[in-house]
Design a protein around this ligand. Structure first.
Ligand SMILES: Cc1cc2nc3c(=O)[nH]c(=O)nc-3n(C[C@H](O)[C@H](O)[C@H](O)COP(=O)(O)O)c2cc1C
Length: 201
């Protein structure tokens, strides 16, 4: 089983990317050796434009390889920093590009990141607004990484909060893996019809 991770910060030295790398290593520990981490650090994708619909060369080059990797994954971990109480614009742009069967009917784990005590707003935003056309199925569990600067550094937990966070991440990934197995049956059922119903209501 392959699991994709998206690190949703545009910053070059982003904590979200570090968190995504920690989760990638934890997936390996849980037996998922096939992972794909796509980071939005330094803005690898331009803003969506109509050429996406026309299959323009720019998009074939920039988005084609990424979408192929995502298509072959059975689940996705979305790591989103809280920026001004929101998910970053680049992450929303990413979801605009994930139409069709890229993420459809695959389970998603939301992991949000805050340098302080934020992190709940992007959970709410992603659950509200990033699933309609992508058909991404967020699992009920999510993870909020607060005080990220002190968390997930090194092999050993720094304190009880770091230890609890690590346990929460491991647990949520194990749940995600079971959803990935279960939702494969939905995608294989023949019921999903994205040609007739390409967009959610
Ligand atoms: C433009 C911008 C806006 C931010 N707004 C918030 C915020 O509303 N709430 C919060 O908890 N942290 C906020 N932060 C700080 C982030 O929590 C911090 O940068 C953290 O490391 C996660 O973002 P990163 O993955 O880009 O490093 C903001 C950071 C930036 C760059």
């Amino acid at each position: 089983m392959k699991i994709a991770l998206v690190a949703g910060s545009h910053r070059r030295e982003a904590e979200s990317a570090r968190v995504a790398q920690y989760i990638q290593r934890e997936l390996n520990t849980l037996g998922i050796s096939d992972t794909y981490l796509f980071s939005l650090s330094a803005n690898p994708l331009p803003l969506w434009d109509e050429e996406v619909w026309e299959g323009g060369e720019k998009w074939k080059t920039l988005w084609g390889p990424v979408s192929q990797q995502l298509k072959s994954a059975a689940a996705v971990v979305v790591v989103a920093p809280e920026w001004s109480g929101m998910a970053p614009a680049g992450l929303k742009n990413f979801f605009l590009l994930c139409s069709g069967d890229v993420l459809a009917h695959k389970p998603g784990l939301i992991v949000t990141v805050s340098a302080s005590l934020g992190g709940s707003y992007p959970v709410d935003e992603l659950r509200t607004s990033s699933y309609k056309n992508t058909r991404l199925c967020y699992i009920p569990d999510h993870v909020i990484v607060r005080n990220v600067g002190q968390m997930l550094r090194g092999d050993q937990a720094a304190d009880e909060h770091d230890a609890a966070l690590r346990k929460r991440i491991t647990y949520s990934l194990r749940v995600l893996i079971e959803y990935a197995k279960a939702l494969q049956a939905v995608r294989d059922s023949g019921v999903v019809d994205l040609k007739t119903f390409p967009y959610g209501m």
